[in-house]
Design a protein around this ligand. Structure first.
Ligand code: SF4
Length: 353
Protein backbone atom coordinates (compact mmCIF):
# COMPACT_ATOMS: atom_id res chain seq x y z
CA UNK A 1 0.00 0.00 0.00
CA UNK A 2 1.40 3.40 -0.87
CA UNK A 3 1.34 6.34 1.49
CA UNK A 4 -1.14 8.21 -0.69
CA UNK A 5 -3.74 5.43 -1.04
CA UNK A 6 -6.01 6.77 1.71
CA UNK A 7 -6.04 10.36 0.41
CA UNK A 8 -8.82 11.83 -1.72
CA UNK A 9 -6.31 13.25 -4.18
CA UNK A 10 -8.51 15.57 -6.32
CA UNK A 11 -10.05 17.09 -3.20
CA UNK A 12 -6.64 17.51 -1.58
CA UNK A 13 -5.28 19.27 -4.69
CA UNK A 14 -8.24 21.58 -4.83
CA UNK A 15 -8.13 22.50 -1.12
CA UNK A 16 -4.42 23.20 -1.27
CA UNK A 17 -4.47 25.20 -4.50
CA UNK A 18 -7.53 27.27 -3.55
CA UNK A 19 -5.90 28.19 -0.27
CA UNK A 20 -2.60 29.05 -1.95
CA UNK A 21 -4.26 31.25 -4.54
CA UNK A 22 -6.09 33.19 -1.82
CA UNK A 23 -3.49 33.34 0.92
CA UNK A 24 -0.07 33.41 -0.71
CA UNK A 25 2.33 36.10 0.41
CA UNK A 26 3.32 38.77 -2.06
CA UNK A 27 7.00 38.10 -2.67
CA UNK A 28 9.27 39.77 -5.24
CA UNK A 29 10.09 36.51 -7.04
CA UNK A 30 6.41 35.83 -7.52
CA UNK A 31 5.94 38.96 -9.68
CA UNK A 32 6.41 36.80 -12.74
CA UNK A 33 7.53 33.30 -13.60
CA UNK A 34 10.79 34.14 -15.33
CA UNK A 35 12.84 30.96 -14.82
CA UNK A 36 15.98 32.96 -14.05
CA UNK A 37 14.21 34.80 -11.20
CA UNK A 38 12.73 31.57 -9.88
CA UNK A 39 16.16 29.98 -10.03
CA UNK A 40 17.96 32.80 -8.16
CA UNK A 41 15.24 32.96 -5.51
CA UNK A 42 15.30 29.22 -4.91
CA UNK A 43 19.08 29.20 -4.53
CA UNK A 44 18.93 32.13 -2.10
CA UNK A 45 16.12 30.52 -0.13
CA UNK A 46 18.12 27.36 0.53
CA UNK A 47 19.11 27.57 4.21
CA UNK A 48 18.00 31.21 4.43
CA UNK A 49 14.77 32.79 5.67
CA UNK A 50 12.39 34.60 3.33
CA UNK A 51 12.65 37.95 5.17
CA UNK A 52 16.42 37.87 4.89
CA UNK A 53 16.33 36.93 1.21
CA UNK A 54 13.92 39.67 0.01
CA UNK A 55 16.35 42.65 0.03
CA UNK A 56 19.19 40.49 -1.31
CA UNK A 57 17.00 39.24 -4.13
CA UNK A 58 15.88 42.74 -5.10
CA UNK A 59 19.40 44.08 -5.06
CA UNK A 60 20.73 41.06 -6.98
CA UNK A 61 18.09 41.48 -9.68
CA UNK A 62 18.94 45.16 -10.06
CA UNK A 63 22.63 44.36 -10.38
CA UNK A 64 22.23 41.23 -12.54
CA UNK A 65 18.82 41.57 -14.20
CA UNK A 66 19.24 38.64 -16.58
CA UNK A 67 21.34 35.57 -17.28
CA UNK A 68 23.78 37.47 -19.48
CA UNK A 69 24.46 40.12 -16.85
CA UNK A 70 25.27 37.48 -14.26
CA UNK A 71 27.35 35.43 -16.68
CA UNK A 72 29.51 38.44 -17.52
CA UNK A 73 30.01 39.72 -13.95
CA UNK A 74 33.29 39.40 -12.04
CA UNK A 75 33.10 36.62 -9.46
CA UNK A 76 34.10 38.99 -6.67
CA UNK A 77 31.17 41.25 -7.61
CA UNK A 78 28.79 38.30 -7.32
CA UNK A 79 30.24 37.30 -3.95
CA UNK A 80 29.92 40.90 -2.78
CA UNK A 81 26.22 40.90 -3.72
CA UNK A 82 25.87 37.65 -1.76
CA UNK A 83 27.80 38.94 1.26
CA UNK A 84 25.94 38.11 4.48
CA UNK A 85 23.74 35.39 2.95
CA UNK A 86 26.30 32.66 3.76
CA UNK A 87 26.94 29.39 1.96
CA UNK A 88 28.88 31.27 -0.69
CA UNK A 89 29.42 28.23 -2.88
CA UNK A 90 25.75 28.72 -3.83
CA UNK A 91 26.65 32.02 -5.52
CA UNK A 92 29.68 30.59 -7.24
CA UNK A 93 27.82 27.53 -8.53
CA UNK A 94 24.93 29.70 -9.67
CA UNK A 95 27.23 31.85 -11.75
CA UNK A 96 29.01 28.81 -13.24
CA UNK A 97 25.67 27.29 -14.20
CA UNK A 98 24.34 30.56 -15.62
CA UNK A 99 27.45 30.87 -17.80
CA UNK A 100 26.74 27.40 -19.14
CA UNK A 101 23.11 28.27 -19.89
CA UNK A 102 24.22 31.39 -21.78
CA UNK A 103 26.84 29.55 -23.84
CA UNK A 104 25.22 26.12 -24.32
CA UNK A 105 21.49 26.89 -24.31
CA UNK A 106 21.37 30.31 -26.00
CA UNK A 107 20.52 31.93 -22.66
CA UNK A 108 17.32 29.89 -22.20
CA UNK A 109 17.05 28.02 -18.89
CA UNK A 110 16.57 24.38 -19.99
CA UNK A 111 13.19 22.83 -19.36
CA UNK A 112 14.06 19.16 -19.32
CA UNK A 113 14.88 17.51 -15.98
CA UNK A 114 18.05 15.99 -17.41
CA UNK A 115 19.60 19.18 -18.79
CA UNK A 116 18.55 21.26 -15.82
CA UNK A 117 19.75 18.68 -13.30
CA UNK A 118 23.21 18.62 -14.86
CA UNK A 119 23.82 22.30 -14.16
CA UNK A 120 26.13 23.07 -11.27
CA UNK A 121 24.35 23.62 -7.96
CA UNK A 122 20.96 22.56 -9.33
CA UNK A 123 19.97 19.68 -7.07
CA UNK A 124 16.70 17.71 -7.21
CA UNK A 125 14.82 20.34 -5.18
CA UNK A 126 15.88 23.36 -7.24
CA UNK A 127 15.29 21.43 -10.46
CA UNK A 128 11.76 20.54 -9.39
CA UNK A 129 11.06 24.08 -8.22
CA UNK A 130 12.15 25.63 -11.54
CA UNK A 131 10.33 23.03 -13.65
CA UNK A 132 7.09 23.29 -11.72
CA UNK A 133 6.98 27.00 -10.86
CA UNK A 134 8.43 28.48 -14.07
CA UNK A 135 7.49 25.79 -16.62
CA UNK A 136 4.38 24.32 -14.95
CA UNK A 137 5.62 20.72 -15.18
CA UNK A 138 4.38 18.14 -12.65
CA UNK A 139 7.76 17.52 -11.00
CA UNK A 140 8.33 17.18 -7.24
CA UNK A 141 10.27 19.88 -5.37
CA UNK A 142 11.02 18.29 -2.03
CA UNK A 143 12.99 20.14 0.64
CA UNK A 144 12.89 19.93 4.44
CA UNK A 145 9.81 22.12 4.54
CA UNK A 146 7.83 19.95 2.13
CA UNK A 147 9.01 16.78 3.89
CA UNK A 148 7.68 18.13 7.18
CA UNK A 149 4.26 18.93 5.71
CA UNK A 150 3.90 15.64 3.87
CA UNK A 151 5.26 13.54 6.74
CA UNK A 152 2.33 14.89 8.75
CA UNK A 153 -0.40 14.71 6.12
CA UNK A 154 0.58 11.18 5.06
CA UNK A 155 1.95 10.15 8.47
CA UNK A 156 5.33 9.11 7.09
CA UNK A 157 7.60 8.07 9.95
CA UNK A 158 10.82 7.53 7.99
CA UNK A 159 13.90 9.48 9.12
CA UNK A 160 14.10 12.63 6.98
CA UNK A 161 17.78 13.08 7.91
CA UNK A 162 18.55 10.09 5.68
CA UNK A 163 19.20 10.93 2.04
CA UNK A 164 17.19 8.02 0.69
CA UNK A 165 14.00 9.18 2.45
CA UNK A 166 13.69 11.99 -0.08
CA UNK A 167 12.74 9.37 -2.69
CA UNK A 168 9.72 8.32 -0.58
CA UNK A 169 8.52 11.91 -0.58
CA UNK A 170 9.22 12.44 -4.27
CA UNK A 171 7.16 9.36 -5.08
CA UNK A 172 4.33 10.69 -2.93
CA UNK A 173 4.44 14.08 -4.71
CA UNK A 174 4.33 12.40 -8.14
CA UNK A 175 1.12 10.70 -6.99
CA UNK A 176 -0.43 13.78 -5.39
CA UNK A 177 0.58 16.65 -7.68
CA UNK A 178 -2.01 18.42 -9.80
CA UNK A 179 -1.32 17.92 -13.50
CA UNK A 180 -3.35 21.04 -14.33
CA UNK A 181 -1.57 23.36 -11.93
CA UNK A 182 1.66 21.85 -10.64
CA UNK A 183 3.08 25.34 -10.04
CA UNK A 184 0.40 26.30 -7.51
CA UNK A 185 0.41 22.81 -6.01
CA UNK A 186 4.14 22.80 -5.20
CA UNK A 187 4.13 26.40 -4.06
CA UNK A 188 1.06 25.62 -1.96
CA UNK A 189 2.94 22.85 -0.13
CA UNK A 190 5.88 25.20 0.46
CA UNK A 191 3.63 28.04 1.60
CA UNK A 192 1.68 25.75 3.91
CA UNK A 193 4.95 24.71 5.54
CA UNK A 194 6.01 28.34 5.96
CA UNK A 195 2.73 29.77 7.26
CA UNK A 196 0.60 27.00 8.79
CA UNK A 197 2.32 23.65 9.14
CA UNK A 198 5.31 25.15 10.94
CA UNK A 199 8.03 23.11 12.67
CA UNK A 200 6.72 23.87 16.16
CA UNK A 201 3.05 24.25 17.04
CA UNK A 202 1.46 23.88 13.59
CA UNK A 203 -1.81 25.84 13.26
CA UNK A 204 -3.94 22.78 12.55
CA UNK A 205 -7.20 24.51 13.40
CA UNK A 206 -6.66 26.97 10.55
CA UNK A 207 -5.23 24.45 8.14
CA UNK A 208 -6.85 24.19 4.69
CA UNK A 209 -5.98 20.49 4.37
CA UNK A 210 -6.75 19.46 7.93
CA UNK A 211 -9.44 17.02 6.84
CA UNK A 212 -6.84 15.08 4.83
CA UNK A 213 -4.17 15.06 7.53
CA UNK A 214 -3.48 11.69 9.13
CA UNK A 215 -1.13 13.09 11.79
CA UNK A 216 -3.79 15.57 12.92
CA UNK A 217 -6.42 12.84 13.07
CA UNK A 218 -4.12 10.76 15.27
CA UNK A 219 -2.95 13.77 17.31
CA UNK A 220 0.70 13.13 16.47
CA UNK A 221 1.50 16.19 14.33
CA UNK A 222 4.10 17.51 16.77
CA UNK A 223 6.05 14.24 16.75
CA UNK A 224 6.60 14.46 12.99
CA UNK A 225 8.76 14.59 10.98
CA UNK A 226 11.14 12.01 12.39
CA UNK A 227 14.64 13.45 12.25
CA UNK A 228 17.46 11.60 13.94
CA UNK A 229 20.10 14.07 15.05
CA UNK A 230 23.47 13.82 13.41
CA UNK A 231 26.68 13.94 15.43
CA UNK A 232 27.40 17.20 17.22
CA UNK A 233 28.88 20.19 15.43
CA UNK A 234 32.61 20.47 15.82
CA UNK A 235 34.18 23.64 17.16
CA UNK A 236 37.24 25.61 16.11
CA UNK A 237 39.04 28.36 18.00
CA UNK A 238 40.95 31.08 16.19
CA UNK A 239 42.65 34.36 16.92
CA UNK A 240 41.68 36.98 14.33
CA UNK A 241 43.99 39.98 13.93
CA UNK A 242 43.00 43.46 12.96
CA UNK A 243 46.45 44.66 11.93
CA UNK A 244 46.31 48.41 11.45
CA UNK A 245 49.13 50.66 10.29
CA UNK A 246 49.66 54.30 11.18
CA UNK A 247 47.54 55.54 8.26
CA UNK A 248 44.54 53.45 9.39
CA UNK A 249 44.90 50.78 6.72
CA UNK A 250 44.33 47.12 7.76
CA UNK A 251 45.44 43.77 6.48
CA UNK A 252 42.91 41.51 4.75
CA UNK A 253 43.59 37.98 3.62
CA UNK A 254 41.89 35.98 0.89
CA UNK A 255 40.79 32.49 1.96
CA UNK A 256 41.94 29.43 -0.01
CA UNK A 257 40.40 28.73 -3.42
CA UNK A 258 38.54 25.68 -2.17
CA UNK A 259 36.62 24.62 0.89
CA UNK A 260 34.68 26.62 3.48
CA UNK A 261 34.09 30.26 2.44
CA UNK A 262 36.45 29.77 -0.50
CA UNK A 263 38.00 32.99 -1.86
CA UNK A 264 36.17 35.25 0.57
CA UNK A 265 38.23 37.88 2.40
CA UNK A 266 38.89 38.04 6.13
CA UNK A 267 41.12 39.51 8.79
CA UNK A 268 44.12 37.17 9.13
CA UNK A 269 43.26 34.26 11.44
CA UNK A 270 45.33 31.64 13.17
CA UNK A 271 44.12 28.40 14.71
CA UNK A 272 44.80 28.68 18.44
CA UNK A 273 46.25 25.18 18.54
CA UNK A 274 49.08 26.29 16.26
CA UNK A 275 50.11 29.42 18.11
CA UNK A 276 51.33 30.37 21.56
CA UNK A 277 48.89 33.02 22.83
CA UNK A 278 51.55 34.45 25.15
CA UNK A 279 53.66 35.43 22.16
CA UNK A 280 51.19 36.84 19.66
CA UNK A 281 53.11 40.07 19.18
CA UNK A 282 56.31 38.21 18.41
CA UNK A 283 54.38 36.08 15.94
CA UNK A 284 53.02 39.16 14.13
CA UNK A 285 56.40 40.90 14.12
CA UNK A 286 58.03 37.91 12.55
CA UNK A 287 55.33 36.96 10.08
CA UNK A 288 54.83 40.52 8.80
CA UNK A 289 58.35 41.84 9.41
CA UNK A 290 56.92 44.82 11.23
CA UNK A 291 56.93 46.49 14.60
CA UNK A 292 53.96 46.13 16.96
CA UNK A 293 53.09 49.31 18.86
CA UNK A 294 50.08 48.22 20.83
CA UNK A 295 47.67 45.29 21.16
CA UNK A 296 44.12 45.57 22.46
CA UNK A 297 41.44 42.95 22.84
CA UNK A 298 38.11 43.42 21.01
CA UNK A 299 34.78 41.66 21.47
CA UNK A 300 35.04 37.97 20.65
CA UNK A 301 32.94 36.69 17.74
CA UNK A 302 31.09 33.39 17.48
CA UNK A 303 29.78 32.04 14.19
CA UNK A 304 27.63 28.96 13.78
CA UNK A 305 27.81 27.08 10.46
CA UNK A 306 25.65 24.02 9.86
CA UNK A 307 28.43 21.60 10.82
CA UNK A 308 30.90 23.75 12.67
CA UNK A 309 31.15 26.57 15.21
CA UNK A 310 33.90 29.19 15.09
CA UNK A 311 35.03 31.02 18.21
CA UNK A 312 37.18 34.00 17.32
CA UNK A 313 39.26 35.94 19.81
CA UNK A 314 39.86 39.34 18.22
CA UNK A 315 43.10 41.27 18.69
CA UNK A 316 43.54 44.80 17.40
CA UNK A 317 47.20 45.30 16.66
CA UNK A 318 48.64 48.71 15.79
CA UNK A 319 51.90 48.60 13.91
CA UNK A 320 54.55 51.14 13.05
CA UNK A 321 56.59 51.52 9.87
CA UNK A 322 56.70 49.07 7.01
CA UNK A 323 55.01 45.71 6.72
CA UNK A 324 55.77 42.73 4.51
CA UNK A 325 52.61 41.15 3.20
CA UNK A 326 52.53 37.38 2.72
CA UNK A 327 50.80 35.93 -0.37
CA UNK A 328 47.01 36.50 -0.63
CA UNK A 329 47.11 39.48 1.74
CA UNK A 330 46.43 43.16 1.08
CA UNK A 331 46.75 46.36 3.03
CA UNK A 332 43.51 48.30 2.56
CA UNK A 333 41.84 51.48 3.76
CA UNK A 334 38.57 51.01 5.65
CA UNK A 335 36.65 52.24 2.60
CA UNK A 336 38.42 49.68 0.42
CA UNK A 337 37.65 46.88 2.88
CA UNK A 338 33.96 47.54 2.20
CA UNK A 339 34.44 46.58 -1.45
CA UNK A 340 35.57 43.06 -0.57
CA UNK A 341 33.25 40.13 0.20
CA UNK A 342 33.63 39.29 3.90
CA UNK A 343 31.89 36.43 5.71
CA UNK A 344 29.44 37.52 8.42
CA UNK A 345 31.86 36.76 11.27
CA UNK A 346 34.42 39.13 9.78
CA UNK A 347 31.84 41.82 9.04
CA UNK A 348 31.19 41.70 12.78
CA UNK A 349 34.88 42.21 13.41
CA UNK A 350 35.02 45.04 10.89
CA UNK A 351 32.14 46.78 12.68
CA UNK A 352 34.27 46.96 15.81
CA UNK A 353 36.81 49.16 14.04
FE1 SF4 B 1 0.12 20.41 9.29
FE2 SF4 B 1 -1.79 20.40 11.13
FE3 SF4 B 1 -2.38 20.97 8.60
FE4 SF4 B 1 -1.73 18.52 9.31
S1 SF4 B 1 -3.50 19.67 9.97
S2 SF4 B 1 -0.97 19.63 7.52
S3 SF4 B 1 -0.19 18.88 10.87
S4 SF4 B 1 -1.08 22.16 9.98
Amino acid sequence: MSYTSTINIPQFQQDLINWFEKEQRILPWRENKDPYRVWVSEIMLQQTKVDTVIPYFQHFMKQFPDLEALAEAEEQQVLKAWEGLGYYSRARNLQTAVKEVVSEYRAQVPETPKELGELKGVGPYTKGAILSIAYNKPEPAVDGNVMRVLSRILRIEEDIAKAKTRKTFETAVYQLISKENPSAFNQGLMELGALVCTPKKPSCLLCPVQQHCLAFQAGVEETLPVKVKKTKQSTKHYVAFIIEDETGRCVLEQRPNNGLLAQMWQFPMVDTTTIDEQHLEAYIQEKFQTKVLQTTEKEPVKHVFSHLIWYLTVKHIKIKGTIRLPARMKLLTKKEVEQYPLPVSHQNIYRQL
